[in-house]
Design a protein around this ligand. Sequence first.
Ligand code: FES
Length: 180
Amino acid sequence: MTETPEKKAAAAASPKDSKPVEPVKLRRRIIWATIWSFVGVNFLMIMRFFFPRTLFEPKTIFTIGTAGDFGLGVETKFQQDYRIWVVKKADRLFVIYARCTHLGCTPDWKPSENKFKCPCHGSGYDSDGVNFEGPAPRPMDRAYVEMNAQGQVVVDTARLFLCEKGKRCQFDDPGAFIPV
Ligand code: FES
């Protein structure tokens, strides 16, 4: 039996092994790509676990110098670094934590008016940090202070003294001030 020229041409135009193999290869590639994507995403998620998002907060315990370094009145130079003001009176030194007791904004010290003024909703505090106008519900909190063996004033802003309405005011407690 002889092959017609048409049959020969058809056989040459469609090689037997190429047609059925191509879809299989494509399917394998898709499957492997899916598997590797899955593995890659999971790997990244696991690596992310080892590098948590960290907030670097300022130290809560630090020294600010000796009591003699401060003159009478309000010292604002630690506001930027530690969010505090140092207040020296005739008989004591204390540290106000610079956070409005309304919603937590940082008030500004207004030396010409001898008061702290909150820019957010207008609360006003006298030079002791005691509220007298606006929505603030209580005086600003005071940070723990003590004198160390070298005569340096140590402040701890993680330990706060509060003076809340209807509760005992803690401003005269040991650690709320240093006698001078
Ligand atoms: S946060 Fe200070 S008055 Fe509201």
